[in-house]
Design a protein around this ligand. Structure first.
Ligand code: PLP
Length: 367
């Protein structure tokens, strides 16, 4: 990134030499992202973040459908990120019919239910690849095939996936896919929209013609350079990273699963989970209090239950699992990263086990 902050700081739309150098950097980054996804560089659009890529995929596709008098039925799931749920609710408020597919107790949709939800007016399906809160992986390739068979645009929020599992849009029939740089070690504030050649979305913001007019606004060149490099590393290292993350995930799961009053949320089968991801719920505990307790001991985790106006509210994802509130309020998410070690994971799991055991004994009161 540094040369693009210090010397090659031109605007890639400018035709002078500073601009030309910046444009060459952006071109290389686009090629690197295309290699990660196994697509053509022309199918890669840089976006300000994962949220924007999700919004354009749904709202931009909906604009295109409306302009062409297509059917106004969207199918998504009850456990999507707010950047998919929000646009879906917006379309609903504009008269679209939206089906929010339920998930089973492990957070996975039922393909038969998806099949029965598809109707003559279904024009968009959006199902996330991996859930950020409970780590569940959806059968994205099968969903893509089904959507393809029915000629339906299929978008997947794959923000959690790069660097942890291989992504190959050359092998699956996904129409659009969103990524976010900071999930694979690029800086925050840069994302990717993959849009299959021949598929159309219309812009949802208006400005210059950058990124074929789909993402107008001057490109964040240093961040684009960074996501290109991160994509290259993610592609080269994914097999090694997946193995390491699985190993660390097993260490944490093995230590936490036997604790009384603690439930693993999301899939029990590790192969159905995002590598490195562990999510739990502790009966009677309060998620945010658990996070602070762990933080004081140097372990950064997060919770899906947040305090709103003095009341601990489980997230919509945890609600979709139909967990009792007393359990869902005590949710915790632990994500091992590529730069963690087995020792980090053992230490973190021991600490969480201690905090959890104390919390179960006292109904969360000592926190
Ligand atoms: N989708 C998922 C599954 C996420 O986990 C996130 C961020 O955490 C996003 C979308 C949004 O990405 P961004 O923060 O880049 O807007």
């Amino acid at each position: 990134m540094l040369p693009f902050l210090e010397s090659d700081f031109g605007n890639p739309s400018s035709i002078h030499s500073h601009g030309v150098k910046a444009a060459a950097g952006v071109k290389l980054a686009r090629k690197r992202v295309a290699a990660l996804l196994n697509c053509s560089p022309q199918e890669v659009y840089f976006s300000p973040c994962g949220t924007y890529a999700n919004n354009v995929s749904i709202l931009g596709r909906a604009r295109f459908i409306e302009a062409n008098d297509g059917g106004r039925h969207l199918i998504t799931t009850a456990i999507e990120h707010p950047s998919v749920i929000g646009p879906s609710q917006h379309l609903e408020s504009k008269g679209w019919r939206v089906t929010y597919l339920p998930v089973d107790k492990e957070g996975i949709i039922d393909l038969e239910q998806l099949k029965s939800a598809i109707a003559g007016d279904t024009s968009i399906i959006s199902v996330m690849w991996a859930n950020n809160e409970i780590g569940s992986l959806q059968p994205v390739e099968l969903i893509a095939d089904l959507a393809h068979e029915h000629g339906i645009f299929f978008h997947t929020d794959a923000v959690q996936v790069p660097g942890k599992l291989p992504i190959d849009v050359g092998r699956n029939a996904v129409s659009a896919l969103s990524l976010s740089g900071h999930k694979f070690y690029a800086p925050k504030g840069i994302g990717i929209l993959y849009l299959r050649g021949g598929e159309n979305v219309m812009p949802i913001a208006f400005g210059g013609g950058q990124e074929m007019g789909i993402m107008p606004g001057t490109e964040s060149v240093p961040n684009i350079i960074a996501i290109g490099k991160a994509a290259e590393l993610a592609r080269i290292e994914v097999a090694k990273a997946e193995k390491k993350l699985r190993d660390m995930q097993r260490i944490i799961l093995d230590k936490l699963a036997p604790i009384e009053g603690l439930r693993i949320t999301g899939p029990a089968d590790i192969d159905k989970r995002l590598p490195g991801h562990v999510s739990i719920a502790i009966s009677g505990a309060e998620g945010e209090a658990l996070v602070i307790k762990c933080d004081l001991k140097g372990v950064s985790v997060s919770s899906g239950s947040a305090c709103h106006k003095g009341i601990i509210e489980p997230s919509s994802v945890l609600r979709a699992l139909r967990l009792p509130d007393s359990l869902a309020r005590g949710s915790l998410r632990i994500s091992a990263g590529q730069f963690n070690t087995r020792e980090d994971c053992e230490k973190a799991a021991d600490l969480i086990a201690q905090v959890a055991a104390k919390s179960v004994k006292t109904g969360g009161q000592t926190l």
